[in-house]
Unconditional design. Structure first.
Length: 167
């Protein structure tokens, strides 16, 4: 198998980051309201999961953090960046542990990522607004994170099965 050059890897990372930004923008256009703040589809996580399995953990972390920072500066707020980083970094490390340690499938990894992303954001919200009553949202956010993470994981698995890229 042929290895990718540094230029090919950089180009692929650029395309994956652009895809994650586009997914985030598309997600912001979808009018979903479940009555609980913070519930989203998690479309950008599709790209993070694919990157984690396709290129590796360093590259996936770069795509995740760069996407959160860039989307926050382009069409978000500073609080959005803080919440996004809290959820994104926490969920990334849980996904990495499951992928490497337990050898889990993209579906399981993504479902856990959806749950822990919401948990990370909720914990930061509790600290920022200094109100533990926000934890009452936890069951709903847990279920929503599991469901959306499961769906994103299924799509990630199907995309990875269909990709035929040189190593």
């Amino acid at each position: 198998m042929k290895r990718r050059s540094a230029g090919q890897t950089c180009a692929m990372l650029g395309m994956l980051l652009a895809s994650a930004l586009l997914c985030g923008y598309i997600e912001s256009l979808i009018p979903i309201s479940f009555g609980v703040p913070g519930i989203k589809l998690g479309l950008p996580n599709l790209v993070v999961v694919i990157t984690l399995y396709l290129l590796g953990p360093k590259e996936a972390l770069v795509v995740s953090v760069a996407r959160i920072l860039l989307s926050g500066f382009l069409y978000g707020t500073m609080f959005g960046v803080v919440y996004g980083l809290a959820g994104g970094i926490f969920s990334f490390f849980i996904m990495l542990l499951l992928k490497q340690g337990a050898q889990c499938s993209p579906v399981t990894v993504s479902a856990a990522g959806g749950i822990t992303h919401n948990l990370g954001q909720l914990l930061v919200a509790v600290l920022v607004v200094e109100n533990r009553n926000l934890l009452y949202y936890l069951p709903v956010l847990f279920f929503a994170g599991f469901l959306t993470g499961l769906l994103i994981g299924i799509v990630s698995r199907e995309v990875l099965l269909r990709l035929r890229l040189p190593k």
